[in-house]
Design a protein around this ligand. Sequence first.
Ligand code: ATP
Length: 457
Amino acid sequence: MTDAPVTSADPSLDEAVALCKRRGFIFPSSEIYGGVGSTYDYGHYGVLLKNNVKAEWWRAMLQDRDDIVAIDSAIIQHPKVWEASGHLAGFTDPLVDCKTCKLRFRADALEDAQCGRKPSVRPGEGPDCELTDAREFNLMFETNVGPVRDSASVAYLRPETAQGIFINFKNVLQFARKKPPFGIAQIGKSFRNEITTGNFIFRTREFEQMEMEYFVPPAEAEKWHRHWIEERMRWYTELGIRPDHLMLRPHGVDELSHYSSATSDIEYLFPMGWSELEGIANRGDFDLTQHAEFSGEKLEYFDQQTKERYVPHVIEPAAGVDRAVLALIVDGYDTEEVEGRQRTVLRLHPRIAPVKVAVLPLVSKEGMPERAREVFESLRRRIPAEFDEGGSIGKRYRRQDEIGTPWGVTVDGQTMENGTVTLRDRDSLEQTRVPADELGELLADRLEQPWRSPKLG
Ligand code: ATP
């Protein structure tokens, strides 16, 4: 048994990016063509990690309660949707151009930007800077539907998944047999032509959202807003994110979106500072009223018991999949010295880890690879497992540590004699011997246990 070592501080963004590339989580997109700015592709472990995040969200929405149903709406919707929602007129950021360096900046974020010329200063502060007046720039990506490119064929890639939920309110009400309070949840890609992107996958032009619209009787809106703020905070901490790296930030009145009467953001302490992970908004009756007006359909609820007819109010927890992935990677990233050697380890909650258990033959001889393969075959029927026989055992463990695999199983000489294997714990580095045929039960059980980040000390 090895003593649990002392853990170190959080990584820089560059260190997190390097690990993602090195271990096949996330790559810059179109790299062989020189890349396209701020666009990323998820590799094998990135896909598995992202899938686990989404599965945990669905679990919280659908499995742990019975008042929410799922939907998967189209990315390209009727252009009127965006007129009604206010996006066509108002989903804009203020843009300024610099006539000298030809770069473009968000007028409301100049303090975070850099002029394109030396000396390196904020835009507008250099001797040659010549900024234009700010103009409003719509963030929606425009496209054309069908073979003719004219104004009648213009359509938009959705900038949020929420509107796909509102336009299906009536359909869902009819088939789901729900009455307020009830919710409709969706995960899917959204597109925003952001003026400035950056900080790795934190702000990109193509990203995934997890949004849920919770329809409630108007008088209960504030109560449910508080409920969802608490629930969503709990979700992140139960996934192992350290509570001292999470913060709730209520929006000031001047910051609220056109549809919102109250919004609170859940922020995470990323390497670049506190930034939004998720927003929880009280959208009132804005969306249903707007779509009712623009479509001519009645979007309301009739309560058979009280004979009351009303437009439900909406509470919306809106989270970003990619930002959750980044927070989990940064929060889990750790380095430590073990017996004189540096180890990098991704301390992910076992339920979030891409691979749960790695099965490794100690050496590539004496029947160990074959026996290890058998152990792997029986394990992978129950939990995501990986078989790895190439290279020294130390190197293989280093690889699994960086992927975040919580358990390692080594098949060695003793396995061949008495059927037991070594079970290694990623975080404590504790090694125990267990019968190979008890592993499946044991690990499936451990997977359901609460987990606490060892970085909390
Ligand atoms: P920000 O203020 O950071 O631009 P927002 O308030 O516009 O975000 P929302 O419209 O509330 O974001 O979207 C809900 C969630 O979608 C955000 O909390 C974030 O996790 C995610 N998200 C929004 N824009 C992006 C983006 N460009 N890249 C990655 N994720 C995003």
